[in-house]
Design a protein around this ligand. Structure first.
Ligand SMILES: [Zn+2]
Length: 313
């Protein structure tokens, strides 16, 4: 198994130790800022919980349950991902029905709910009920970046596992060990959250973001037209262009207030500041955020919308 990111290690060891001592709570809530790796930590914890070697801290990797977990086909393990859409009560009911039965393979059953803030109120109440009347040998593992939006009664029933936000040096050294990590480290102007960067790489969108500061620089220097800058925009990636442009503006606003400017924007910052006041930059930033949320509701022509935006720069 690949090593888990170093800043997740302490929390994982803590949970493994509790498991070994048979003192682990049947409900765990993994919290942390978006993109620090709470899902990765939860998935590692779940593997340990599903292992049939109950006296061991870590998953053995060899038992039938471990093999089924590796193959992603364990019948006693269920996942709901809130990132795929709202989690509704029917989803939870299906799960709780399943886990009310005996484990089919190993000793434990696990329900993992990632991005648990996507549970609507009925779903949350159904989870609460399941936590209040825990089925034998059943674990609930929830992850969220918005712990305060969960029911306080759910929070209070869970063992809280808080993932610390790694500092820039930790992220840089970890990225260095990932494929294309160096290119990802050049995107710190966009985000310094390690698993958000990794998700961009997995979606093969690194190139879109890497090229953006240079393209905007060429635009503002009159070397490139808006049409060329937006040549690759489609409905599949317009959100990325909005994110990238908004991040550039956000860094300019922050830097004008004294924050350090990421080196990738060093040439771009004076060009933007020459053309727009801080108030105008803020307006354009808000406009990009609005465009992003409108994309979900309407069939706007993405190129037309972004062309209008960039013409204001
Ligand atoms: Zn095992």
């Amino acid at each position: 198994m690949a090593d888990i990111a170093p800043w997740l290690m302490a929390s994982l060891s803590q949970v493994q130790a509790l498991k070994k001592q048979k003192k682990l709570s049947h409900a765990l809530l993994v919290t942390g800022a978006d993109g620090v790796g709470q899902e990765e930590l939860a998935r590692a914890m779940v593997k340990d919980l599903m292992c049939e070697e109950l006296d061991q801290a870590k998953a053995c990797g060899y038992c039938h349950s471990c093999q089924l977990m590796t193959a992603n086909t364990h019948p006693d393990y269920r996942v709901l991902d809130g990132e795929e859409g709202a989690i509704k009560v029917d989803h939870i009911r299906q799960l709780t029905q399943r886990i009310s039965q005996k484990p089919q393979v190993g000793q434990n059953k696990v329900v993992l709910i990632t991005h648990a803030q996507a549970m609507n109120i009925n779903a949350a109440n159904a989870v609460l009920k399941a936590l209040e009347e825990p089925a034998d040998r059943t674990y609930f593992v929830l992850t969220t970046s918005q712990s305060s939006s969960l029911l306080p009664t759910i929070r209070s029933r869970c063992l809280l596992v808080n993932v610390p936000t790694p500092n820039l040096a930790e992220v840089t050294s970890w990225l260095h060990q990932q494929p294309d990590g160096d290119e990802l480290a050049s995107l710190f102007w966009l985000t310094t959250q390690p698993f958000r960067l990794l998700a961009i790489e997995k979606q093969q969108k690194t190139a879109i973001y890497s090229a953006l500061p240079e393209a905007i620089k060429a635009l503002l220097q009159g070397e490139k037209g808006v049409d060329l800058v937006l040549k690759g925009v489609s409905s599949a990636n317009i959100e990325d262009y909005c994110n990238g442009l908004a991040a550039i503006l956000h860094q300019c606003i922050n830097h004008s207030a004294g924050a350090t400017l990421p080196s990738a924007l060093a040439d771009l910052y004076p060009l933007i500041m020459r053309r727009m006041s801080i108030q105008q930059i803020m307006l354009r930033y808000q406009s990009l955020q609005k465009l992003k949320s409108d994309l979900l509701k309407t069939n706007l022509n993405p190129v037309m919308q972004l062309t209008y935006e960039l013409n204001q720069w």
